[in-house]
Design a protein around this ligand. Structure first.
Ligand SMILES: [Zn+2]
Ligand SMILES: [Zn+2]
Length: 420
């Protein structure tokens, strides 16, 4: 059971550890907010104009390209079902919407793309305004003295119910060349120590997912770091400014980060142990927090967002052993809810169990809203104890238990090296 005790910390320079001993997601009463994002009508902007809005931050080129596409999934005439000639069109062959559930299921796409999601929200001509979740007290309330001496319904952040995010900001990650990955892994092969790298590249349209986006990686930069078998710590990095400058001259930007979690199995065969999976975890709470932090540093400019930004395109790639004991890459992003919990200092890692997250308790220094999760939306492979099946009660389980944090992140469709 040595493996399960392994934990890593992705400490940033100057960030103190915020671990707490007991995993705990607190809750008093089961009141829910149906959805975290609220959609206000009447103040939105058009999606179909392929031009950047004159106000607000500049959107990425890939977004501008996607706004110009009609996004419909074209279909061929169905020889069995269509009764018309080759120029006709019927319910069996008319184009599908980019969020079509059956199409996505047939193609093994578990989340619609972000742009398909925007189209779905605006399908009936509605204008939308996306708001990011906030877990902070609204500043400037005049009704009472400031927290902890007072709080009211006007300034109190609502309770949070964790939901599986239905869309992905980025669908795939593609490495342009196997060499850059091999070069990155060379450090682990030589030392047995784990490693972190930043991914430099571009975002582009991903043709295999309706209105999808792919992060195309051209280079990996390994920042200053101190590492061991179970731990990596980023160090202050003098070269960072220079690297950013060089990258931008090459038309590249930071599109994500990757880290190793590798343990040799048989050195002669080059196999590695499978450390992660449904029985342990895919991402640890610490990694979710690091991903959330980096996503917050790389906000996604979006014309539909009230603040001008919504979510992030920043990806997380984990290099670890798969069930065939081969070195394998998986891509992830954390949800907008997780980003907000990290930004507002509510989500903490736990000391002893990497797969458990902890929601900070309210203190004099900080009000923290209640956080719940909907059981029905959790990973289904978990074997649940009978007590957890009691309806209602389970929703208040005071713990963000093993599979529970899976609700904070989602897997990208694929990570692959070109040519696939
Ligand atoms: Zn037809
Ligand atoms: Zn107030």
């Amino acid at each position: 059971m040595v493996i399960q005790k392994r934990r890593k910390s992705w400490k940033l320079p100057g960030h103190a550890s915020t671990s707490t001993a007991q995993p705990n997601i607190h809750g008093k009463n089961s009141c829910y907010l149906a959805d975290v994002q609220t959609f206000k009508e009447g103040s939105g902007v058009s999606l179909t104009e392929g031009v950047a809005s004159s106000t607000g931050p500049r959107e990425d080129d890939v977004d501008l390209q996607l706004y110009r596409l009609d996004g419909k999934i074209q279909r061929q005439r169905d020889n069995k079902l269509c009764r018309h000639n080759s120029r006709g069109c019927c319910v069996h062959c008319s184009p599908l919407e980019p969020w079509d559930e059956n199409y996505l299921k047939e193609h093994n796409i578990r989340h619609m793309s972000f742009h398909a999601y925007l189209r779905k929200l605006t399908a009936n001509g509605a204008f939308i305004s996306l708001d990011e979740l906030s877990c902070r007290i609204k500043p400037g309330c005049k009704e009472h003295p400031p927290w902890p001496r007072g709080i009211c319904s006007k300034c109190q952040p609502g309770a949070v119910t964790l939901n599986r995010q239905v869309y992905r900001h980025v669908d795939n990650v593609m490495f342009e060349d196997a060499h850059i990955v091999e070069h990155f892994l060379a450090y682990w092969r030589a030392t047995g120590h784990q490693r972190i790298g930043y991914l430099y590249g571009q975002y582009e349209i991903h043709p295999d997912v309706p209105l999808g986006i792919r992060a195309r990686v051209a280079a990996i930069y390994e920042p200053a770091q101190r590492s061991g078998r179970d731990e990596v710590q980023l160090q202050p990095d003098e070269r960072e400014t220079l690297v950013e400058k060089l990258a931008s001259m090459l038309g590249l930007r930071r599109v994500g980060w990757l880290f190793t979690d590798l343990l040799s199995d048989d050195v002669t065969k080059g196999t590695v142990r499978q450390i992660r999976g449904v029985d342990t975890h895919f991402l640890s709470a610490q990694e979710c927090i690091m991903a959330g932090h980096l996503q917050n540093e790389h906000p996604n400019a979006c014309r539909c967002a009230s603040s001008g930004y919504f979510g992030s395109k920043f990806v997380t790639v984990c290099v670890t052993g798969d069930s065939n004991r081969q070195v394998h890459m998986e891509g992830y992003q954390v949800s907008g809810q997780c980003q907000a919990l990290v930004r507002d200092g509510c989500l903490l890692p736990t000391k002893d169990a990497p797969e458990l997250g902890y929601i900070r308790d309210s203190s004099d220094a900080q009000y923290v809203p209640d956080v719940y999760y909907k059981k029905a939306l959790l990973y289904t492979k978990i074997s649940e104890s009978p007590s957890e099946r009691v309806s209602g009660k389970a929703l208040q389980t005071p713990r963000l238990a093993p599979r529970r944090i899976t609700v904070l992140y989602y897997k990208l469709w694929e990570v692959y090296i070109y040519p696939p």
